[in-house]
Design a protein around this ligand. Structure first.
Ligand code: ATP
Ligand code: MG
Length: 409
């Protein structure tokens, strides 16, 4: 982004976005980049995606982009996604959202010819700016000033906007966390007063916002300030638990994966209860497993080679480093312990030491050929693997087969 002499701002748009906007203009319509991409560009951040808003109606857009690859799934709500050079440009007709009887979906959307109406329906002032080359920034609600002040402020009355769509409560906290901003006084009060409005929002959408919130630079501060809201979406977590987690977040580095963040947040719960709390958010199987792998192993602390091999056996070669970060952050091991785990993991991998059944020099068939059946096969393999990991038996066929009876049971 740069400013020219007359103080207008040039936002660099990727060629696919420029293509879409120029096509619309050439067909006699207006087109603006809008929302998150304008906000990010003004902050000097690289936008994750680009949205275009236009007075062209959906059927006009279909006509204008008839020769392009498009996705029409959002057409009912005015969105045609134009796919160009592998980039999705979501192009949406200016619209007004009708009432929100259910507190999460507009009852009906109405298309409009006025950009101002479209900007009005957006959640926060910093998300309600549009930009077009030649036109410059259209900022009807003071978004630029709020960006400078690092402030999350609703477009219109905060309590009304949250009643329309409860998800905005968590979006406010998410943007505050990710951008390092603070909610203005009105927004802050409405977030706390309105947290029950989140009860009507789908758990998947809550999970998506919460995950971004936990990854933000301001996560520790937001967890501390809005502990009741976070506790509200993750029962049976208590406000106190969230506040305690907030102090751990304050020591977190930016590179730590999502699983560590959720594990820290849920650390006050026993593993079974944490699993239930995770389930309510509907994470994917892998996401849930990653968090529970940490929580279920939080009290077994062995920073030696055998302990690290167990971590690898149970949760994969990359796991010990993640576990070490979590255990260190939560005070279960000290810096020397964390370094020892990482070093042991490096050595195990460098020497390709046996650490899982796949690496064992015999397999189930070898035992089946020698009269083992049913669960005895798995139990014997597991016991032999354990003996190898402890260095009691070399990982060699003859040695393993010679010890097969000792390993049994
Ligand atoms: P990012 O994509 O970086 O997460 P964003 O601001 O682009 O952030 P999106 O969810 O992609 O967020 O939404 C795009 C724009 O649509 C927002 O900037 C905002 O103007 C508007 N918007 C999205 N969700 C809502 C909502 N629940 N209520 C009102 N406006 C919304
Ligand atoms: Mg976006």
């Amino acid at each position: 982004m740069s400013r020219t002499d007359d103080n207008s701002i040039a936002i660099p748009l990727p060629p696919p976005v420029t293509f879409v906007m120029e096509r619309l203009e050439a067909s006699g319509f207006h087109a603006y980049a809008v929302g998150g991409c304008v906000r990010d560009a003004l902050m000097g951040r690289i936008p994750g995606d680009y949205d275009v808003t236009t007075d062209a109606r959906p059927e006009e857009m279909q006509h204008i982009f008839a020769d392009c690859r498009v996705v029409e799934t959002g057409l009912k709500h005015g969105t045609l996604t134009v796919v160009r050079d592998g980039m999705n440009v979501e192009t949406t007709t200016y619209r007004i959202d009708g009432g929100y009887a259910d507190g999460r979906h507009p009852d009906a959307v109405t298309f409009t010819d006025r950009l101002a109406d479209d900007l009005c329906r957006r959640d926060f002032t910093i998300n309600a700016m549009a930009w077009a080359p030649g036109q410059g920034i259209v900022d009807l609600f003071g978004g630029e000033e709020d960006l400078r002040a690092k402030r999350i402020r609703c477009v219109g009355r905060a309590s009304d906007r949250f009643s329309e769509d409860g998800l905005r409560i968590l979006r406010a906290l998410r943007f505050a966390s990710v951008l390092g901003f603070a909610c203005d006084e009105e927004c802050r009060a409405a977030v706390t007063d309105g947290m029950h409005l989140l009860d009507r929002i789908s758990r998947e959408r809550i999970y998506a916002e919460l995950t971004k919130l936990l990854g933000g630079v301001g996560a520790a501060r937001i967890l501390g300030e809005y502990a009741p809201v976070i506790a509200h979406v993750l029962p049976p977590l208590a406000e106190e638990d969230v506040r305690r987690a907030s102090t751990v977040f304050a020591r977190m580095t930016a590179d730590l994966p999502t699983a560590v963040r959720y594990a820290v947040l849920l650390d006050a719960l026993d593993t079974e209860t944490a699993a239930k709390a995770m389930d309510t958010l509907k994470p994917s199987k892998d996401e849930k497993r990653a968090v529970l792998s940490l929580l279920s192993r939080r009290e077994t602390v062995d920073t030696g080679s055998y302990g690290v091999k167990c971590l690898m056996r149970d949760a994969g070669d990359a796991f010990p480093a993640v576990w070490a970060s979590f255990a260190f952050l939560t005070g279960r091991i000290d810096a020397a312990g964390a370094a020892a785990v990482r070093r042991a993991a490096d050595e195990i991998l460098a020497a390709d030491e046996c650490r899982n059944l796949g690496g064992l020099a015999i397999d189930g068939r070898d035992l089946a050929l020698r009269g083992f059946t049913g669960p005895a096969i798995g139990e014997t393999l597991a016991a032999l693997l354990d003996a190898v990991m402890r260095g009691k038996i070399p990982n060699e066929r003859d040695a393993l087969l010679a010890n097969r009876e000792a390993g049994h049971g």
